[in-house]
Each structure stands twice: as structure tokens, then as C-alpha cells.
Design a binder for this molecule. Sequence first.
Ligand code: PEP
Length: 250
Amino acid sequence: MRQKIVAGNWKMNKNLVETKALISDLKAQANTSGARVIITPSFVNLALAVSETEGSGIEVAAQNMSQHDSGAYTGEVSAAMLKSAGVNVVILGHSERRAYYGETDALLVEKVNKALAEGMEVIFCFGEELEERKANKHFDVVASQISNALFHLEASAFKNVILAYEPVWAIGTGETASSDQAQEMHAFIRKTLADKYNADLASSVSVLYGGSCKPSNAEEIFSKEDVDGGLIGGASLKAVDFFGVINANK
Ligand code: PEP
């Protein structure tokens, strides 16, 4: 179901004490937008975050997940482990995972399949690099990232998929896509879904924007028809900034 969502990607930030402190600060803020609020502490702090956020309306998600069930995969974390810690949402396909850890579309198919089979919700990230946008290939890149990793799914599976368009050139750079660029791509994403599946599915999927979103630009971006909210990196690490973004999602 299409929803307003603001998810904070904490990346490799916040130790245990800092995680607790940030959650306490987040709980002191008021959500005046009605948007669904999700935070993603590191694996090691997920269980703590689940208990600290209990009853607050703030959900806890993971930043990644193994495609395997269990076994000799040193350093990996399974869906079952996440679920046993109370985590039922996972970010997959973030550009940093693709760029630094070699995550391919083929691997993401396996991860998406595993998460959905385990009843988890997936925040699936994709987006073009600067060179690709300059070469006017951004629509092709996005269409192939989505189709390669998701178009084997039955239409019904999309009820557990949230899409996050994150142009790589806007992540952590301070450079944001303009609201018109975001809207143009989000409309294209829905058209791509409608062409493959149907218009109802295309209009029922939540599509988030990510890339240097902050309180000063969030309202303009979120005001666009096809933008349902954001995946927020840097601005999710301070409660006041994060809620500035959340409360811009009217
Ligand atoms: C992200 O990493 O998903 C992200 C959007 O980061 P930032 O907001 O810092 O650009």
C-alpha cells in the first residue's frame, strides 16, 4: 500500500551509547506529518533499538541482509536473525553496497527473494551515477536496475516492496536532485511498473527519494506527486534534522 515514509539510513554511524541517545532524542520529537518513520542502526545495535523504540511509532530496519539462511558465511546476518531481533524491514541494493561490496543485480535478486520469502519488507535502492546522467542514460539505468532485480516477482509481492530512487551523485554530496528531476524519475519508475505489471500496482507502490535530503529541501521534494517520502542519510543522524525532514512530508 502506498504510504508516506521517511527512513533514516544511519550507515556505519552511532555506537551503542550513541544509538540509545539518538533514539531518546528521536522520541522527544513530534511527528506532525503522519508519515511512517523508520531508522536503521547498525546490525550490532538493532535489538537495542527495537526495545528502545517500543511503543514510540518508530520502526527499526536493517541496512543489509544475507541471501543465505545460515551456515559458514562469516560476518553475515540472516533474515531469521533479523526477525528474531524484531526487525522486519531491510534496505537492499544501496549504492554503497553495490559500489564497495560488489553487490550485483543477480545477488540482489537472491537477497530480495530471501527477504520476501521470510515475510520481510524490502526498501530497494537504485539510481544512476553522474556520468550516466550526463550521458542521458539515467532512465535506461534505472529501468534496468529495477527490472533486473525485481521483475521476476509476482505482482502481489510488491505489497512488501518500497522503492528508493537514489541518484548516486546526490548521496552524501550535498547536491540534491531538483524536485523536478525527482518527480520526472519517479513518474518514469511508475510508468515502468505499469508497463510491466499494471497501473494499479504502479500507483500503489511507495517510491522514496534519497540524496542529500534535508529539512531545507525536503518539503519541496516531497510536494511532488510521485514522491512518497525519503531515504535520508546524513540528516537522519540528528533528531532535529530528521524530524525536520519527516515533518516536511505532509
Ligand atoms: C543514503 O545514503 O541513502 C542517503 C540518501 O544519504 P544522504 O542523505 O546523506 O545523501
